[in-house]
Each structure stands twice: as structure tokens, then as C-alpha cells.
Design a protein around this ligand. Structure first.
Ligand code: GDP
Ligand code: MN
Length: 388
């Protein structure tokens, strides 16, 4: 689950990370009013001269480059920026809210991030002195400018480790100490909320030497949400892909991808193997979809409704290995779905296992054919996606 920047900021602030204050607006008038208020309370380093930043709150990175982060010299200009940003879509996601925050003066921009790393099976802290909007380019072109440390979760991020990394960012000791402190707090927050990613980019220094976070990104592992109702409550379905929201409501594990072969599979492992095989035969999966272990024709109907709504889908591949899942339930689901809405793209159905013969009978009666060989089915689905 993705959090919005303003939500991520609140969490990091609770863990003692210095982040300028800010408020969320849904209209240009609200943005203007917040900017006026921030200018009134400012006076110090923050909000000097009433300058504020207006920031699109969407689940997309690279907002700055897309024009979704704008500096305003006063409240009136903040309102104008808000009007423009609230009318934008960034990477297909409409902007419904903006964050208005006092503008900081920036002397340097660094990058700080923690991810769960599969290779080392640990949280890995990454830092780079080359932070800002081009961190992807830094990673691609000058990877030596990104420093990594795998953290042993038994001990957490130790002070000397944090300071060692902080010294890769700043030569001056007060700033290095401040950055090290932020890293330890970030790790504590990461561990406590069950994040799979936490990122501060940019971590800035101001001309007077203060270190602060100006942006925050948090992704929380969906499997942690049951343990963290307060985080689960932050979910904003209006900011998520509609297909993923529908799938969650239907009890399906679904991830939208960019390809053209729609996949409907039972079991996460088989779903992964199916996607691998689609790629192996030169296709691209349009989604990951696990209809789950339990048997229920309605789940198949829901799955097909979601997959067929995706206009980039050119063929749909069913790959069912019947165990607890009964093949006849899946077959009935397919038949019911075709009665409820038109199937505009070819279906390739492979099923084997529990009640296979019954399933084939149901499908044949409804005019479908079914395969039992997985390789053959994937090949056909890829070929049909290509031909369409
Ligand atoms: P992102 O593009 O989605 O990562 O959005 P960010 O919040 O990181 O903002 C992008 C860029 O805008 C930053 O790297 C900064 O260069 C700039 N920016 C953001 N906040 C401020 C601010 O308070 N003051 C100044 N001068 N620039 C800012
Ligand atoms: Mn950023």
C-alpha cells in the first residue's frame, strides 16, 4: 500500500525526523488560505517571505519533473499553482489534493532510502550525495555514487554505521551527525510500521547548515496492515488504480502490469510461473492475478470482469491447477461471466486436477475448448495476443 507524501511526512515527523510543517488543500482557495497562514506563523528560516511549495499528492514518483511541485513567492501565487496542479493528471493519476508547505532554501540535496532487499534478505539502507529529482539517473549512470548497507534486524541500524554512511553525504561533522540521527529514526520508523520502502528525497541542507527532509515516500507491505490498523486507515482508494481496488474488494490478489496477456491463475506460485512462461514465449503479462485457493465461481466472474475492462488485454489465459480449487467451479465461473458480459478477446483455458473431466464437459457444452498442457496453453495465449 502506498501512502501519500503528507501521510508519510506525519509518520516520519512522529519519529522525530525534521520535516517542515504543511497542510493539505482540495481547492485553490484552501491552498491560498493555508499559504497565508503559513506566512503568518513563519518568520524564521521556514516560510521566509511567505514563500511556499505546492505539491501534488498522488501515488507517482517524479512529480517535480511532471510539473506537480511548484514554488510560489506568495499566497496568491500558491493559489494559482494549486489551481493548475489540481487540474493535472500525473502518470494517469488525477491530482485531487495538494500539500502546501513553507519553502526551504536548499544548499544541497541528498538521497536516503530503505528497502527490503531480497538478495541479502535484509533491510538495505541506501544513501547518495546526488539526491533530488534525478536519482534514477544516478543509479543507472553512476551507481558508485549510491552507498548501501544491509542492516541486521537483530541489532537495527547502529550509531557508528549510520555515521559512517552520513559521512558519505556530508564532510562537516554537525551535518553528518544530524543525518546519522535521521537515518536511525528512519530505520526505526521503517521497522515499526512494516514498510517495504521508505525514502527521503531530497534530504537537504539549508544555507545555515540545517539538515531536513523535504519529501517522504512510504510503501507498506499489505501483509502488515492487519497488525497496523492505524496505517490501514490511511488507504486512499481514490488514488489507486480502479482495477486494484475492485480486485481487493472481490478478495483477489491482483497487480496491474503493462502487457497484453491477461492472466487468471490459482495460487501465487503458479501465477508467477505462468508470468515467467508468458515472457519466455515472447509475451507480456497484463496482470498478476491469483484467484486464491478456495473454490468459488463468483471469484472467476469478478476476475474476468476486471481483466476484460483492461483495454490493453488482447488474450486471456486461464491456468488452473485444481487441488482445493475445483476445476468445475472455475469452468462454471467462466460460463457465468460470458453470460453477464461480452468476452471481446480470445480465451485460452488450461485446467487440470480436481474435477477436470467435469470442467471440460461444462466448457465444451458452452462452446469453449480446454487444454491440460500448460506450455501449450501459454504458447497459444501469447500467439493470440500477438495476432489480435
Ligand atoms: P518528487 O519530484 O515527486 O520527488 O517531489 P519532491 O518533493 O522531491 O520535489 C522535487 C524537487 O522540488 C526537489 O528535489 C527540490 O529540488 C524541489 N523542492 C521541493 N521542495 C522544495 C522547497 O521547499 N524549496 C526549494 N527551493 N525547492 C524545493
Ligand atoms: Mn522527491
Amino acid at each position: 500500500m502506498n501512502l501519500h507524501e503528507y501521510q508519510a511526512r506525519d509518520i516520519l515527523r512522529r519519529y522525530g525526523i525534521p520535516i517542515p510543517p504543511g497542510e493539505v488543500a482540495e481547492t485553490p482557495e484552501q491552498a491560498l488560505e493555508i499559504a497565508q497562514r503559513l506566512a503568518g506563523t513563519g518568520g524564521g528560516r521556514e516560510g521566509r517571505g511567505g514563500r511556499v511549495v505546492v505539491k501534488a499528492q498522488v501515488h507517482a514518483s517524479g512529480r517535480g519533473k511532471a510539473g506537480g511541485v511548484k514554488l510560489a513567492k506568495d499566497a496568491a501565487e500558491a493559489g494559482e499553482h494549486a489551481a493548475r496542479i489540481l487540474g493535472m493528471s500525473i502518470k494517469g493519476l488525477p491530482v485531487r489534493r495538494v500539500l502546501v508547505t513553507p519553502a526551504a532554501e536548499i544548499a544541497s540535496e541528498s538521497y536516503l532510502g530503505i528497502i527490503v532487499d531480497r538478495a541479502s534478505q535484509r533491510p538495505v539502507l541506501m544513501v547518495s550525495p546526488a539526491g533530488g529529482v534525478d536519482i534514477e539517473e544516478v543509479a543507472a549512470k553512476t551507481p558508485e555514487r549510491i552507498h548501501r548497507l544491509a542492516v541486521d534486524p537483530r541489532y537495527g541500524l547502529l550509531a557508528h554505521q549510520a555515521l559512517g554512511l552520513a559521512l558519505k553525504l556530508y564532510r562537516e561533522m554537525p551535518q553528518a551527525r544530524a543525518a546519522a540521527d535521521i537515518m536511525q529514526r528512519l530505520y526505526a520508523a521503517f521497522y515499526a510500521v512494516g514498510a517495504s520502502l521508505m525514502e527521503i528525497n531530497p534530504l537537504v541542507t539549508t544555507p545555515d547548515g540545517t539538515v531536513a527532509a523535504l519529501d517522504a515516500k512510504i510503501v507498506v507491505d499489505d501483509n502488515e496492515l492487519e497488525r497496523h490498523p492505524e496505517i490501514a486507515a490511511l488507504r486512499d482508494p481514490s488514488a489507486e488504480a480502479p482495477s486494484e481496488v475492485q480486485a481487493r474488494q472481490a478478495g483477489l490478489t491482483f497487480i496491474k502490469l503493462e502487457g497484453s496477456v491477461g492472466c487468471c491463475v490459482n495460487g501465487a506460485g503458479l501465477a508467477m510461473a505462468t508470468m515467467d512462461l508468458v515472457k519466455y514465449y515472447g509475451g507480456e503479462p497484463a496482470n498478476f492475478l491469483d484467484i486464491g485457493g478456495s473454490s468459488n465461481p463468483q471469484k472467476v466472474v469478478d476476475a474476468l470482469r476486471i481483466i476484460t475492462a483492461d483495454r490493453s488485454v488482447r488474450s486471456i489465459l486461464f491456468n488452473i491447477f485444481g487441488g482445493i480449487t475445483r476445476c468445475d467451479d472455475v469452468a462454471n465461473g467462466i460460463v457465468q461471466a460470458t453470460q453477464q458480459f461480452p468476452m471481446k478477446v480470445p480465451l485460452v483455458i488450461r485446467l487440470t486436477g480436481t474435477n477436470e473431466a467435469l470442467a471440460i464437459e461444462i466448457l465444451t457444452k458452452a462452446g469453449f475448448s480446454a487444454l491440460t498442457d500448460m506450455d501449450e496453453a501459454v504458447k497459444q495465449a501469447v500467439a493470440k495476443a500477438r495476432a489480435a
